[in-house]
Write a protein that binds this ligand. Structure first.
Ligand code: S3P
Length: 165
């Protein structure tokens, strides 16, 4: 069964996903990267020009296209779980792993980030707390496994996920 990683921005979906795919000798697919190829600009630019709703439509299209391709690790955008259709698609076609991080840990990692449109606000920690409250239940609903990302290194997280597959 292919694996999909879900979690808030900064939880390590891309870094862990890449390493996990290497260890398994599987393909690594990042939906944000597929979206940027499709829209021909960065996600941040697209949010500014077209708004979040249009971005979510394209995200749903891209997730809908990810079938049951064996031997794939899929990294999703943090908001992929917002739409019910995406949650259904991910849960049906993938073994879904939630990389669970506290807003404080995420803030420490993302303080200087300029790529993520949702965090370009006066109070990014407050925003991360809101995102955590709104989405933690959705990540839990969609996930088959949940892994805490607080302390462990990427390597340790990969080993923990491999143990659970
Ligand atoms: C988003 C997370 C981003 C990207 C977009 C929206 C979100 O992906 O899809 O900026 O709503 O949390 P990452 O989780 O990889 O940062």
């Amino acid at each position: 069964m292919p694996v999909a990683l879900v979690g808030l921005p900064g939880s390590g979906k891309t870094a862990v996903g890449r390493r996990l795919a290497q260890r398994l000798q599987w393909d690594f697919v990042d939906t944000d990267q597929l979206i940027e190829e499709r829209i021909g600009c960065t996600i941040r630019e697209f949010f500014e020009r077209e708004g979040e709703g249009r971005f979510r439509d394209i995200e749903a299209q891209v997730i809908g296209e990810q079938g049951r391709t064996a031997n794939t690790v899929l990294s999703t955008g943090g908001g992929a779980v917002l739409r019910e259709e995406n949650r259904r698609q991910l849960r049906q076609s993938f073994h879904v792993v939630y990389l669970r991080s506290s807003p404080e840990d995420l803030y420490r990692r993302l303080r200087h980030d300029v790529k993520r449109p949702l965090l370009q606000v006066a109070d990014p920690l407050g925003r991360l707390r809101e995102l955590f409250s709104a989405r933690d239940p959705l990540y839990r609903e969609v996930a088959h496994e949940s892994v805490e990302t607080g302390r462990p290194s990427i390597q340790a997280l990969v080993v923990e996920i491999l143990d659970r597959l």
